[in-house]
Design a protein around this ligand. Structure first.
Ligand SMILES: CC(C)(COP(=O)(O)OP(=O)(O)OC[C@H]1O[C@@H](n2cnc3c(N)ncnc32)[C@H](O)[C@@H]1OP(=O)(O)O)[C@@H](O)C(=O)NCCC(=O)NCCS
Length: 426
């Protein structure tokens, strides 16, 4: 195979190098295209643009494959935990038992918030969306640790381990507090004896006068949810984190921007949108047929279906679909929305509109139902995604920050506005 791409422009040929990733993904390196030819590439939505080289996550969307640092997601879901996968994503290897204990302990120690932050929660109106609170609080968190959020690259990297565990720990505390602030409930402090996921549930649902004792099945299901969201290469929020990081901004500012990128319904907001859609279908006494028809006519979008990268079943959706069923059985409950989701899935998978466009269930199709089964309120769904995604954002920030050549990310555009004109005399 030729190791060069030849591009012909205005009758002249130009050669550009080809790079191949460790899983055989190929790219044409067009960095010099503009200086050589005056042309840029135009790729609306970046579907064909590689914005970085990364060692963290590999996705083959055609085959429905997701691997972190080489390990298939199915194996990690079966044999690992959120905290171990977080370590893997950030540091490149699964932790030994001793490394995991140190990592856990550092996370445990960082669980509480500076009391100065409490008054900040109180200044939001009740009913403020917890994603808005989460994003601002994560950025503000950096103000309490200025030595880790200096915007001096060398200094921020020097404090990386500390900042990473602090963020993984405190994002969960902030998330729980933002929910309680939204509800006008008193804050519940973390407990030292509880592990990561159980501690989050405690901070969400305990009351000062009544301790919430989470069911083991619920803790396990939520841990699986977090693990399955830990990273997903260059999606909208992670690319945002890298974009912000490329300017030299610290990790707190970068992940705070990532939360905003995640919020929208075409990204992390889809998990709540799926459940809202299923509730509407239920309320309309539709068995799904009318909704599918509306989606095909372009009047609705089947939320939780379709993906920019997966043109096959998202492997996380398979695991989550089974997990919802397991949790409901273990808890002895039924959810009519799960029946509707299964029916929609069957209809769509057998319908040429969806098949020809390669629209399959994505991670959000069943994740909202899992959160609902666990008892997480709808407004918190995307916040849960953010807690899970924190290790991925941190690992991507680190790659960007430690790149041998610091280069700010700065795409170009094709200007389509008015050509030069002059202000007329008045
Ligand atoms: C994820 C998503 C944004 C990917 O978008 P994309 O790669 O830009 O794909 P497009 O929006 O260009 O869609 C391609 C075609 O499929 C259709 N399509 C895509 N997702 C669809 C959905 N969920 N329901 C119905 N039709 C859909 C589009 O209408 C378009 O049809 P057309 O070719 O006739 O115009 C999109 O599939 C979507 O909106 N899904 C629902 C939201 C969601 O679940 N997001 C979470 C992603 S993890």
């Amino acid at each position: 195979m030729s190791d060069k791409a030849i591009i012909t422009l205005e009758g002249r040929q130009y050669e550009y190098p080809i790079i191949v990733g460790s899983e055989g993904e190929k790219a044409i390196v067009t960095q010099k295209l503009r200086s050589d030819t005056g042309y840029i590439t135009y790729d609306d939505g970046y579907g064909n643009t590689g914005s970085c080289l990364s060692d963290i996550t590999f996705i083959d969307g055609e085959e429905g494959i997701l691997r972190h640092r080489g390990y298939p997601i199915e194996q990690l879901a079966k044999h690992s935990s959120f905290i171990s996968v977080a370590y893997l994503i950030i540091y490149g290897e699964l932790p030994t038992a001793a490394q995991r204990e140190v990592f856990r302990e550092r996370i445990r120690k960082e669980a509480s918030l500076h009391t100065g932050m409490n008054s900040m929660f109180n200044s939001y109106p009740t009913r403020s969306h917890p994603m808005a609170i989460l994003s601002s609080m994560l950025n503000s968190l950096g103000c309490y640790y200025p030595h880790m959020a200096s915007n001096n690259r060398e200094q921020d990297i020097e404090h990386f381990d500390e900042a990473a565990t602090l963020l993984i720990s405190k994002v969960r505390t902030i998330a729980a507090m933002s929910y309680r602030a939204e509800q006008g409930l008193p804050f519940v402090w973390p407990r030292k004896d509880l592990r990561y996921t159980a501690n989050f549930l405690h901070m969400m649902f305990s009351e000062p006068y009544d301790t919430y004792e989470p069911d083991e099945d619920i803790v396990e299901a939520l841990d699986l949810f977090l693990l399955l969201h830990a990273d997903h290469e260059q999606n909208c929020s992670t690319s945002t984190v890298r974009m912000v990081a490329s300017s030299g901004a610290n990790m707190f500012a970068s992940v705070s921007a990532g939360v905003c990128g995640l919020w929208g319904p075409l990204h992390g907001g889809a998990n709540a949108a799926v459940v809202k859609m299923l509730m509407e279908i239920d309320r309309d006494k539709d068995d799904g047929t009318r909704f599918i028809k509306a989606a095909k006519e372009g009047k609705a979008r089947l939320m939780g279906f379709g993906h920019r990268v997966y043109k096959n079943y998202d492997p996380r959706a398979k695991i989550l679909g089974r997990a919802v069923e397991r949790v409901l059985v273990n808890l002895g409950r039924k959810d009519p929305l799960l029946d509707i989701a299964r029916r929609l899935e069957q209809e769509a998978l057998n319908d040429d509109y969806f098949v020809s466009r390669k629209l399959y269930p994505n991670v959000d199709f069943y994740s909202g139902l899992l959160l609902r089964a666990i008892g997480i309120p709808l407004d918190m769904f995307t916040v849960m995604f953010a807690i899970g995604r924190m290790p991925g954002w941190i690992a991507n920030w680190r790659e960007e920050a430690m790149a041998p050549k610091q280069k700010i990310n700065r795409p170009r555009q094709i200007y389509t506005g008015p050509a030069k004109r002059d202000i007329e005399d008045v």
